[in-house]
Design a protein around this ligand. Structure first.
Ligand code: NDP
Ligand code: ZN
Length: 352
């Protein structure tokens, strides 16, 4: 079969592979809509270490093509959403961690791309189908369900991690699709002032639609100063980091008031170093809580997010700015993600 992936670091293209084999608990999926992610671009450039001959992509909805003999909930022909994180639920590791993301060591549950070929292929493999797949009801558009598997799951996780409560002042750094979903979920959680950070015009427009009070630019001076000004010297209760670099992270710590939380879901570069001046962290005693986490996995979480769409709590399709049609368009969508044009939030590819 054919798949789009990385031959080596900084070298992407079509790969020829064997169709994956289905284990007794597993499923083989034929993707019907996929979306490239900024993390795929990051991986393709070696941002998570060297990789060769690996099909990319971890965001897909599709049709179940085959199931293993011990799979009971799903059958060939079912339309499903596939979480980007699919833990091995038999591993002891998943019992230990808040987010089920690290079943066997760091990122252990990130199987697609992380440990095996991803979804930008004619077929792909999902471990443990029963706990890891989610149904897409008839009244939910498949492309909306596709937005749950990583963008909603990760953006919402920033808000879970920050534990945002009623009336809190929140900063969301980054208004890519992940940050936009953090804005939407911060609003659902009852945040008061939501200050968002980013510059791309289309994303700014959607940030306001999802509930941002103000959008500021990292190009207009230090973010912490801007936040202290906008909050009349009070600072943020909670900061969700969904963009920027190591310096941005230090700014996030500076803009947070004592007892606040800095919640990171952003991939920091493998070569970066975070420098936090002790005074900015209250000499280590200000109860500023720094958290960082990978989005939780499994089908139940994604099913709940799909129910939120079904009951009109959120419309994640505002994220989709570009729709491609045809398997052969995957490289074009990937390139768009790489180039980040001003009108881009999220591209999807319909494999018609
Ligand atoms: P995007 O690249 O689409 O968005 C990044 C945002 O950060 C943009 O709004 C950009 O601004 C902003 N930004 C860029 N530089 C700075 C800076 N110096 N200071 C402040 N803001 C800045 O990314 P995504 O939304 O797709 O993903 C966000 C992050 O989350 C990525 O690192 C991604 O790899 C990671 N991720 C993590 C997952 C997890 O489970 N933890 C899963 C999925 C993604 P501008 O508007 O100017 O472009
Ligand atoms: Zn992703």
């Amino acid at each position: 079969m054919r798949g789009f992936g990385m031959r080596s670091v900084n070298d992407v293209g079509w790969l020829e592979k064997e169709r994956p084999a289905c284990g007794p608990l597993d499923a083989i999926i034929r993707p019907t809509i996929i979306a490239p992610c900024s993390s795929d671009v990051h991986v393709a450039h070696g941002g998570s270490g060297p990789r060769t001959d690996r099909i990319l992509g971890h965001e897909a909805v599709g049709i179940v093509d085959e199931v293993g003999e011990h799979v009971h909930r799903f059958k060939p022909g079912d339309l499903v959403a596939v979480p980007c994180v699919t833990p091995n639920w038999l591993s002891r590791g998943v019992q230990n961690f808040r987010s089920f993301s690290h079943d066997r060591g760091p990122f252990g549950s990130f199987k697609l791309v992380g440990q095996k070929d991803g979804v930008m292929a004619e077929y792909f493999h999902v471990n443990q189908a029963d706990p890891n797949l989610a149904f897409i009801p008839d009244d939910v558009a498949p492309e909306a369900a596709l937005m749950t598997v990583d963008m909603m799951s990760t953006g919402f996780h920033g808000v879970e991690l920050a534990d945002i409560g009623f009336g809190e002042r929140v900063v969301v750094i980054g208004i890519g699709p992940v940050g936009l979903m953090s804005i939407a979920s911060a609003a659902l959680r009852g945040a008061s002032q939501i200050i968002a950070v980013g510059t791309r015009p289309k994303a700014i427009e959607v940030a306001f639609e999802y509930g941002a009070s103000t959008v500021i630019s990292y190009k207009s001076g230090p973010l912490d100063q801007q936040v202290w000004d906008l909050t009349e010297g009070k600072g943020a209760h909670k900061v969700v980091v969904a963009g920027g670099d190591a310096e941005t992270f230090a700014e996030a710590v500076r803009m947070t008031r004592p007892n606040g939380v800095i919640a990171n879901v952003n991939f920091l570069d493998i070569n970066d170093h975070i420098a936090i001046a002790p005074l900015d962290w209250g000499l280590g005693m200000s109860d500023k809580d720094i958290r960082g986490s990978f989005c939780p996995g499994g089908g139940k979480r994604i099913q709940r997010l799909i129910h939120m769409i079904e009951y009109h709590r959120i419309d994640p399709t505002k994220l989709i700015t570009h729709r491609f049609h045809g398997f052969d368009q995957i490289p074009a969508a990937f390139q768009l993600m790489e180039d980040k044009s001003p009108d881009l939030i999220k591209p999807v590819v319909y494999i018609d």
